[in-house]
Structures are given as C-alpha cells and as structure tokens.
Design a protein around this ligand. Structure first.
Ligand SMILES: [Zn+2]
Length: 233
C-alpha cells in the first residue's frame, strides 16, 4: 500500500494478533462476537498507529527528510526515515508530530461524542458499536501519553534528547536519555516482577535493549556517518 508517496507494510507478526485473539477467547460464551469486536478494535487501533507514523513522516518531509517506508506491527508502528536531522528543533518537531496526531484524534472524537450527547467516560460493559468513538478516544489519549514517556524507544526519549542536545553534545544527550530510559525499564521490570506480571517483563527488556541500541547508534555516528534512522511508535 502507498500513502502520500510512502510505502506502508504490515509486519509478519501482525498476523499473530488474530491468532492470539482467537486463542485467548477460546473458552468464552459467544466467542465469535468477542472476537469480532476485538478484530474491529485492532483494525481501528492500527489505523490510528498508521496516522501517528504519517505524522512523523510528513513532519520529516517538511525538513526535506524522505521516509523509506512505514511498518505496522500489532504493538506499534515504525516510520523509517532516511536520516534524522541533526538540528534539535527539527528532531523535536518530528518526534512530537506522531503523539500530536493521537491527541488531535482524541480531541476530535471528544467533540463528536459531546455533540452527539454521549458520555466521555467509557462504560465497563459492552453495549454495542456506538461505544467505539469513546473507546478510541481513550486509546488515543493513552497512546499520546505513553509515547511522551521520556525513554527510548518512545518518542518522548527523542524529544528529551533533542532538548538536551541544545545544551550539550549529541552523544552526551543520547547517553543521558538512554540511561534514563534504561533506569525506567529496570524500575518497570522490578515493579511487574513484584506484581507477578511476568509476561510484562518482556516490555522492560525491550525498552532496555532499545535504549542501548540507540546509544550504540549515536556512538557509531560519532565515528562515521551511518545512514538510516527509525522512529518507533
Ligand atoms: Zn512515534
């Protein structure tokens, strides 16, 4: 698929999501209904993730940076920019453009729901597809806040680096942002172990490794210019 001149791909893991949904609802009464609702939610979520990545890509284009492609996975997206501008203000704008899209979607849905006379609070029981705008409003708000966490590989990590890079070298700014990311990944991992939420430890490990990767990239760049930069969801 091509959008605004950018190739959009689904990552192969995307096809694991429907399998996981079907597997996790196998004991439910009316599993087909639950599955249908969850598939529909997944499609809507992926659409919002795609708009988020387009936000990064179109802001990058404003600074003359082309995007190689956009990859959508079940847990997020990736806009692979040809390079990340060295100017801190441009990196900040490109990183913030993605979460900003989610905030705009949430505000837009909020206005629509208010005009339709609905409640902005999500109800805990399933009543019908009319709940979709409110559910998507909260999901987009969550995406906005989650991405602002100042830790690599979240957009907030890049925003933090660009703010720091105004006062110090790019490498030192990356080092601080990466160590902060790893510290939050460690605290998160300890917390989920404490709460016996073992599968969530993968998220902590992923964030920890991504932060190290980002740091290694910056160190490599210091030695010789490497091409290619990606922006996570
Ligand atoms: Zn993003």
């Amino acid at each position: 698929m091509r959008l605004a001149g950018i190739d959009v791909y689904l990552h192969w893991t995307y096809f694991l999501a429907p399998l996981y949904i079907v597997y996790s609802t196998r004991d439910f009464d009316q599993a087909w209904l639950v599955n249908g609702v969850l598939f529909f939610l997944l499609l809507n979520l992926s659409f919002c993730v795609l708009l988020h990545e387009l936000g990064h890509a179109l802001m990058a284009r404003r600074f003359g940076v082309p995007t190689k492609d956009i990859i959508i996975t079940p847990i997020g997206g990736l806009a692979r920019l040809a390079w990340m501008p060295k100017k801190p203000n441009q990196e900040f704008a490109i990183s913030f453009a993605g979460p900003l899209v989610n905030l705009l979607i949430a505000v837009l849905l909020g206005v629509i729901v208010c005009f339709a006379g609905g409640s902005l609070l999500p109800s805990l029981s399933f009543e019908g597809m009319s709940q979709l705008p409110v559910v998507m409003l909260w999901i987009n708000l969550a995406l906005f806040l989650f991405n602002l966490i100042p830790a690599f590989p979240m957009d907030g990590g890049r925003m933090l680096r660009s703010v720091l890079a105004k006062r110090m070298s790019y490498l030192r700014a990356t080092l601080i942002a990466a160590r902060l990311g790893q510290l939050s990944a460690l605290s998160f991992s300890i917390f989920v172990l404490w709460e016996n939420q073992y599968p969530l430890i993968l998220v902590g490990v992923f964030v920890f490794i991504s932060a190290q990767f980002e740091l290694n990239q910056a160190r490599l760049k210091q030695v010789n210019e490497v091409d290619g930069d990606s922006i996570g969801a």
